[in-house]
Design a protein around this ligand. Structure first.
Ligand code: AMP
Length: 330
């Protein structure tokens, strides 16, 4: 690795100082919040930020409040030197690496809770406290850095929905940009937790991506029943001997389960493979099919085959969900 290293700030005062100097020079600010152990997924966010903003801040903070007791807080991979080199190479100007008491000083008592959305999917298994931890640390980082744009990955789709809701509800003056999922050549979504997979477990981790593709394939073949679409996904996982923690077809805005596929849909999956808890998702666009209009002459409705537009999840080195609904911004 070569290239320049970002400046490092470990305190709120220092990071604000760096940002203030950039602002004084008329520069726009982008923020990429991470928990470190950086990989191509994180770096794609930093590059996007660098392409859109003049000054890029990357935060690296393993946020204790989003881990439940018994989860992998202690084991979570950490490699500060490598992270700084990679962040600098991708274009970060400033890395914010606060020790935990800088973010949660003694007496810290305020948390942000986004109701409803946080009880579904990962919230149902990890508990809604997980997303309170996420929302609280994100709003703190937004308040500390005050960026023009903050960047998040579609891989953590529910997190992006929760954050966009919080930003809208609390009138936060920031644009949220969601970037596509970066995958391994075989389709596995990059994740810091992939480091937990043993060589023997690694092929089984493909089950998540394969479930999404199977569900997509069922919809592309005309299946509109979520039960049957999800059965196709479960069958693909069973072939790898992986049991989903959840596999759901939900509305991408509300995360509520769909009772029919007829518009935008999100297939979301979580599963444990060995020590690693993995998640993945795919956005599927099925143009809304209205009931036949009795006022229209027979044959005036578009043919069924014209109505379905299915994005694919092409695997490939450093590739993204090229066909999927692309970065939504809010
Ligand atoms: P994390 O360090 O896992 O908390 O992730 C920090 C940010 O990187 C979050 O916005 C994630 O959604 C995003 N991210 C993680 N993995 C990927 C990936 N494979 N592709 C794109 N973004 C990702």
């Amino acid at each position: 690795m070569s290239g320049r290293l970002p400046a490092v700030a470990r305190t709120v005062v220092d990071v604000r100082g760096g940002v203030a100097r950039a602002r004084a020079g008329g520069r726009s600010i982008g923020l990429v919040p991470t928990m470190g152990a950086l990989h191509e997924g994180h770096l794609s966010l930093i590059r996007r930020a660098r392409a859109q903003c003049d000054y890029v801040v990357v935060s690296i903070f393993v946020n204790p409040t989003q881990f439940s007791p018994g989860e992998d807080l202690e084991a979570y991979p950490r490699d500060e030197e490598r992270d700084l080199a990679l962040a600098g190479e991708a274009g970060a100007h400033l890395a914010f690496l606060p020790p935990a008491p800088e973010i949660y000083p003694p007496g810290h008592a305020t948390t942000v809770t986004v109701a409803g959305l946080t009880e579904r999917l990962c919230g149902a298994t990890r508990g809604p406290e997980h997303f309170s931890g996420v929302a609280t640390v994100v709003i703190k980082l937004l308040n500390i850095v005050a960026p023009d744009v903050a960047y998040f990955g579609q891989k953590d789709f529910q997190q992006t929905v929760v954050i966009r809701r919080m930003v809208a509800d609390l009138n936060l003056p920031v644009r949220i940009e969601v970037c596509p999922t970066v995958r391994e050549p075989d389709g596995l979504a990059l994740s810091s937790r992939n480091a937990y997979l043993t060589d023997g477990e690694r092929p089984r981790a493909r089950a998540l991506h394969e479930a999404l593709r199977a569900a997509e394939g069922a919809i592309a073949d005309g299946e509109r029943s979520p039960v049957r679409v999800l059965a196709a996904g479960r069958a693909a996982m069973a072939e790898r001997g992986v049991e989903p923690e959840y596999l759901e077809l939900v509305d991408p805005d509300t995360l509520a389960p769909l009772d029919q596929v007829g518009g935008p849909a999100l297939v979301a999956v979580a599963a444990r493979v060995g020590r690693a808890r993995l998640i993945d998702n795919a956005l599927i666009e099925v143009p809304y099919q209205s009931a036949p209009n009795p006022d229209l002459a027979a044959g005036a409705s578009p043919a069924q085959s014209d109505l379905v537009s299915i994005p694919s999840i092409p695997p490939g080195p450093g590739r993204t969900n090229a066909g999927a609904k692309q970065p939504c911004s809010a």
